[in-house]
Design a binder for this molecule. Sequence first.
Ligand code: GUN
Ligand code: ZN
Length: 437
Amino acid sequence: MTAKSLVLGQTLEFLSNPFHVPVEEATRVRPKGAVLVEGGLIAAVDEADTLRPLYPDAAVVDYGDALICAGFVDAHVHYPQTGIIASWGKRLIDWLNSYTFPEEMRFHDAAYAAEIARLYFDLTLSHGVTTMVSYCTIHPTSVDAFFAEAQRRGQRVVAGKTCMDRNAPEGLRDTAQSAYDDSKSLIGKWHGVDRISYAITPRFSPTSTPDQLRALGDLWSEHPDCLMQTHLSEQTDEIEWVKGLFPEARDYLDTYEAHGLLGEKGLYGHAIHLEDREKDRLKEVGAGLIHCPTSNTFIGSGLFDMAGLMAQGQRVGLATDTGGGSSFSMLRTMAAAYEVAHLRHNSLHAAHLMWLGTAGSAAALHMEQQIGNLKPGLEADLVVIDLGSTPEIAQRRDRAQDIWEAVFPTIMMGDDRAIQDVWINGKPALSAIAKPA
Ligand code: GUN
Ligand code: ZN
């Protein structure tokens, strides 16, 4: 018999997408709830008073009135940019050339890649992120480092070797053939091992020749169960650059579509300045659009049209975009999503924000059967959120009339102090490490 744990607190379940049905119908909050965890999976979610007598042998972990929900899912990050997060003053192309590319060159060194992977997973754990979809660098060593660290921690992750064969400096370019060969061999080595999935990763159209895009499109058709991730329409001058590089393309998305890189399991980061044809095609194929709000404001990219894209029925996930994004925190990222929506005269409810950071991102990755919600059968990745983590948040929480009024101040003002514990693969992971006094 495997050991059972009963995790007690205020539990948050999503019954459906709160962008499509009213929040009261889409969510269930149990003020005295319980999550039964067994063998790395969620075995039951119910009232504590119901589950306690049914499982008298379960080890009880009582988090009081802290909020228990699915671990955060960060749908677009660049772990190799951990060391250059919050670099000052550049827009996208200059930012890549000045900060990103020099740092990414260092990842040919396996020891450096391992050091940053460890740091990245430590930082994200403290912010309650249990799954992330990461770009690595062009070096297969950077992929090995990321997956090895995730494997050691038992985390469900997605990542891939970034492919670039032009418009990148010497030392940071591969070729169409080597991108295909290296990606293929990494898929063979890692895809489906433990909780690891591979994403075929052309960085974006400006740094790939048509030959490389085609080679990666072919690879994707040979491995259709892999995700594919790239960037789309982040800044207007980037779009102009793409038009010059691909004069025959109908639009930016067409540079992917024409090479076999548009599909349901495609993740398109940023997707801010989309034309109608692009939106229609993305919707038609059911692709994932990944909103990176702290990055979009930090690098000055623009305002993602959450309301318009959701009304169209697009599949949308939420992401920090470390290190173009300015924070590892999904709470801060939700706050930025709220602010960006407000600048477009739309108000996101706290339930929308929590959904985007958990179930929404999981659905964008086609992993809603594994992660992103409190539901029997899903993997037991949990975040335990202290809704009164600082005096200013606590005094706001104390005036709340309902759970959402209690959650919203933590979304807007919370940081890693709000993350009371994190469960990964059915085990406490944050409280298990000694925190400095
Ligand atoms: N577009 C291509 N590469 C990148 C990157 O590393 N970060 C961001 N924000 N946009 C990109
Ligand atoms: Zn990115």
